[in-house]
Design a protein around this ligand. Structure first.
Ligand code: FAQ
Length: 332
């Protein structure tokens, strides 16, 4: 839907390398400042295009790799209802990946290029999906915390300056909100269950809490892209602002569940009206980004295998499209 007519550059794009570039940049920034949406054929600075390609493609990879930790539980979900809901959720994540790859394609990168970047390890995907899911409670914790963090980060992207990304996020956020509630409901069932089930829920919270906080990215002081992305209104809040909002909303939810956040430094600060939380282990975050998290190798291996196993489907679809094209040409 997004890629129609993109091979013919917009009128302004033809002049992009002219001496008027500074004027084009000023006009572009004025449109962003006025909250106008930038569309695929509009002129845009190369840095804006590359930042969006990086962020949207990494976001798409995260959705697709993010199917794996929960997918691990589809065959072992405790009831038929849980299984049906989990299949639907995991399928939604695959759909989010597809919308996002389409949105990235409008910026001039192909699906094949993005796949190559993921499979070679050149492109990142969210650190959170490199952690294992050893118990059913992890499915609850992912929905509650990981989808919860994803929504916190993604609702502002519905107002991103780039039209196709912003529009894709509207539907994605609606679905993520259903995912968050199903996760919280699993946690509630476990927290109100037997002592063993309560222990499982607490153990999952202990393992997912800190990685969920890391999902928001490095601290503002360390974030290399935030300042420029805020000027371009790709990001509307900084990493630390969103992390704080997530903590403020999630701590009362944990209390409601009767679970304890695994942070001895956590306290409510009356003056700032925020929770103060303990230091994040950024060395662990950096290790996961370097490919040394608990499941990095396994995740990429699974994606490489899926890509190889799907090769015949891609080839068959292309052959079918070519046959259709030839038939249409003969009929014309
Ligand atoms: N993991 O300068 P910043 C989901 C990288 S979707 C890995 O702050 P930026 C749905 C960053 O790329 C979850 N890498 O960067 C779901 C950059 O490296 P680069 C994904 C990270 O872009 C739920 C470097 O660090 N969501 O969960 C991470 O301004 C359940 C410097 O960082 C999105 O992608 C990280 N956590 O801010 C699915 C949302 N954080 O590229 C299944 C869109 C940072 O220069 C089940 N993305 N890095 O080599 C964003 O909002 C932003 O890209 C941030 C990072 C906030 C993630």
């Amino acid at each position: 839907m997004y890629t129609q007519g993109l091979d013919s550059p917009g009128r302004e794009a033809l002049h992009a390398s002219s001496p008027d570039t500074a004027a084009l940049e000023a006009r572009f920034q004025a449109r962003v400042d006025a909250d106008e949406k930038i569309e695929p054929k509009d002129w845009m600075p190369e840095g804006y295009r590359q930042t969006l390609i990086r962020q949207i493609s990494q976001h798409a990879h995260s959705e697709v790799v993010g199917m794996l930790p929960e997918g691990n539980w589809i065959t072992r979900a405790p009831t038929l209802r849980r299984k049906a809901v989990l299949i639907a959720k995991v399928q939604d994540e695959g759909g989010h990946g597809m919308y996002l790859y389409s949105a990235a394609e409008t910026l001039g990168i192909s699906r094949d290029q993005m796949m190559a970047q993921l499979l070679s390890g050149a492109a990142k995907y969210s650190s959170i999906f490199n952690y294992p899911t050893p118990t059913w409670a992890d499915v609850g914790a992912i929905g509650w915390l990981v989808d919860g963090a994803a929504i916190m980060n993604q609702i502002p992207i519905c107002r991103c300056s780039y039209g196709p990304y912003a529009r894709a996020m509207v539907r994605i956020c609606r679905e993520e909100s259903f995912h968050q509630r199903q996760g919280f409901e699993i946690m509630m069932t476990l927290a109100r269950g037997t002592p063993e089930q309560r222990r499982m829920a607490q153990d999952a919270l202990n393992r997912w809490w800190w990685p969920a906080l890391m999902m928001f990215g490095p601290s503002d002081a360390e974030s290399r892209h935030t300042a420029q992305s805020m000027r371009w209104k790709i990001k509307r809040f900084t990493n630390d602002e969103l992390r704080q909002q997530f903590v403020d909303i999630t701590v009362p939810q944990a209390r409601f569940l009767g679970l304890e956040i695994p942070d001895p430094h956590l306290r409510w600060d009356e003056a700032s009206q925020h929770y103060v939380f303990g230091p994040i282990d950024w060395a662990e975050f950096q290790q996961v980004l370097k490919g040394n998290g608990p499941c990095n190798r396994e995740r990429l291996e699974a994606r490489r295998r899926a890509y190889e196993q799907g090769r015949w489907v891609r080839e068959a679809a292309l052959a079918h499209a070519e046959k259709q094209r030839q038939r249409a040409a003969q009929a014309a």
